[in-house]
Design a binder for this molecule. Structure first.
Ligand SMILES: [Zn+2]
Length: 287
């Protein structure tokens, strides 16, 4: 039976996968290459796993924190010789909608940047719907915390999945914000998924000069300059919501549906992934 993850709460005790494959293509934010993404249904126990279908043997790269390496500007996963960059927005879309098992096929080294948010993928998933798989959904109460100067991510015990973001980019349109919400598929789809990647104008110039963010443009990122944001904001606190999107994508690397109240203060991919490593769910023992 196919159902919408944002309309149905009852089967939440079961693992979920997509009801049908979906595909989209767009430019990678950092590589500037056009990448084809396909997300396919997978059996229970697969977890969320990338496949580099452009490489011989289509190597699998599990979306687990122990496969995360580089976290500068985006999160990269590695397995053997194969790697995939900028995984966080795709993982946020899947995890945020409650999907536990899916193959994520890419024909290049980076996930597509879409419009800078997770919305195009969320809309595609909502269009095909999801199906419940046999067995019970894996749940994992996370704990731990990491800090680096005034930046931190920590977990307060909770039997729900709750996120608090505190950030301040020192710009009139991206100033001090605190955002707290209970993470459910409906809240994720409506309040978090549409929030786009952003940076300050001087950061954009520095990245360009360093040959980074080759695929970045006003079509897939908001740039905050002296005259305000480069396009109309989707939410007054869109940067804080995008930080939540990044956090949700990075914490998908825990490898289970986590519960806890995660408090992120001026954090980024490095701290998110460090927490995901501490909180990594124990692997299931096959029976
Ligand atoms: Zn992001």
């Amino acid at each position: 039976m196919t159902f919408s993850p944002i309309a149905v709460d009852a089967p939440f005790s079961r693992p979920w996968t997509l009801a049908a494959p979906i595909a989209l293509a767009s430019v990678g934010l950092h590589s500037g290459r056009t990448i084809q993404l396909s997300v396919l249904p997978a059996p229970a126990g697969t977890g969320l796993a990338f496949r580099r279908v452009d490489l011989p043997g289509a190597p699998v790269i599990p979306a687990l924190a122990n496969h995360a390496t580089q976290t500068y500007l985006s999160t990269t996963l590695v397995a053997g010789e194969a790697s995939v960059q900028t995984v966080e927005h795709v993982l946020a879309a899947l995890w945020g909608l409650g999907l536990t098992d899916a193959w994520i096929d890419l024909d290049g080294p980076e996930a597509p940047g879409m419009d800078g948010s997770a919305l195009p993928l969320v809309e595609a998933i909502l269009e095909v719907g999801v199906v419940a798989l046999p067995g019970l959904r894996r749940r994992h109460a996370i704990q731990g915390g990491v800090a680096e100067g005034e930046r931190s991510v920590s977990v307060v015990p909770s039997d729900r999945s709750v996120v608090t973001i505190a950030c301040d980019y020192g710009h009139p349109d991206a100033g001090a914000r605190i955002l707290t919400f209970d993470l459910t598929p409906a809240v994720f789809a409506r309040e978090i998924a549409p929030a786009r990647t952003f940076c300050l104008q001087h950061e954009a110039e520095a990245m360009r000069a360093a040959g980074l963010a080759k695929g970045g443009s006003f079509d897939n990122a908001v740039v905050f300059g002296p005259d305000g944001p480069s396009s109309a904001l989707r939410f007054p606190d869109e940067p804080a919501r995008h930080k939540a999107l990044d956090l949700i994508g990075d914490l998908a690397l825990v490898g289970a549906q986590w519960s806890g109240h995660v408090v992120a203060v001026k954090a980024g991919h490095g701290l998110h992934v460090a927490l995901a490593r501490q909180a990594l769910a124990p692997r299931e023992i096959p029976v």
